[in-house]
Ligand binder design. Sequence first.
Ligand SMILES: Cc1cc2nc3c(=O)[nH]c(=O)nc-3n(C[C@H](O)[C@H](O)[C@H](O)COP(=O)(O)OP(=O)(O)OC[C@H]3O[C@@H](n4cnc5c(N)ncnc54)[C@H](O)[C@@H]3O)c2cc1C
Length: 405
Amino acid sequence: MENSFDLVVVGGGIVGLASAYKINLKYPDKKILVLEKEPQVASHQTGHNSGVIHSGIYYKPGSYRAKNCVEGRRELVAFAREHHIKHDICGKIIVATKASELDHMHRVFNNGLQNGVEGIEQIDARRIKEIEPYCTGIEGIWVPCTGIIDYAEVARKLAELIEARFPGSRILTGHEVTAFEKHPDHTTVITNRGKFEAKNIVTCAGLQSDRVARKEGAKTDNTIVGFRGDYYELTEQGKTKVKNLIYPVPNPVYPFLGVHFTRMISGETECGPNAVFVFKREGYGKTDFSLKDTAEAFGFGGTWKFFYKNWRFGLDEYRRAFSKKLFLQRLQGLIPSLTMEDITPGRAGVRAMLLVKEGKMSDDFEIEHHDNAIHILNAPSPAATASLAIGTRVQQMATEYLRLN
Ligand SMILES: Cc1cc2nc3c(=O)[nH]c(=O)nc-3n(C[C@H](O)[C@H](O)[C@H](O)COP(=O)(O)OP(=O)(O)OC[C@H]3O[C@@H](n4cnc5c(N)ncnc54)[C@H](O)[C@@H]3O)c2cc1C
């Protein structure tokens, strides 16, 4: 194989692949190499998420998340139709169960209107019951354009299209990028299995995005921390209590959407995820531990500030991670008749959250560039929904800042 490329993209998650695809669509003759460290693409966040096509209702008007989620959703649905990827625009409800949640729920509704989310409606308790007969709430929002999809399948399709449509481009799995060597007119990208010459670099390494970007020379002060989300699955009897998607009103203080019920495109129905600080960035087990990840997280002042401000939230989430009974109690807030027999432990995912040194989580998409490189430093939810729109943004930045001509 030839070892010289116009662009090397590090990270074969949905955002890295969408970026490579969009750049190749604009520059079909350019040779792009995507390097992924795992044996398959979509092995981390892209393959371990809720599979929801988000509407764009939650995000602050004017933010990158708001704009890219709405545009990306429309594009994703068109892409899924064109390439026969199974999906279902089944709609969802957001449900307030206490009067104290109503103000924030109304804010979420107004965000949805400002963000141009189609067809949203405020609904009363009776309408909640019509849509989801086992769900109890005092008021809610009906969001008809929310859907479900398997994002790993979308990522695999993007990888397939890149190699099929652009003969000079390649996806190489099992290649972990370990270093970059800078030269005046190119960068040598070093992996555990070889060396590649690249005129330009895009990094999109999810849970490793800060480390990979720093190795390349980015001057970011922030660090990635992981938050594991555990899911339970509904048993056959539990599944009769949920038709589609039921979400709580999110806690405005945290960038998580709260434990929700999601019918998956595979036919299972999941409930979760919670949000537990992890001691291993790519650790999916409850007791997984990495000395390097832990030492790095606690060597960063922002982590201590984050813990100091959020210790109660953290402790509650930790207790719920080890107690099915406590997890069930939270779910019963939305479906009071749910029992221990209705849920069984399921899989887990780890979210990459960018923590800034003041101890706050940065909740918007962050992309920076310098010299011949673009780094996607933060791509939290709904980045899977928004991936094609983020890809367009990266392509525009590549046109403006990289040496593609
Ligand atoms: C529990 C959970 C639920 C979520 N639910 C939703 C949802 O319902 N809808 C939604 O839109 N979004 C959701 N998200 C968010 C969404 O999954 C992510 O925002 C999105 O997948 C990010 O994609 P990515 O390509 O940036 O990261 P990733 O998918 O994590 O990909 C990064 C890739 O980089 C690779 N990599 C890292 N280091 C190197 C290296 N040195 N060399 C080579 N390769 C490297 C990794 O192996 C990985 O494959 C959820 C996330 C989680 C974790």
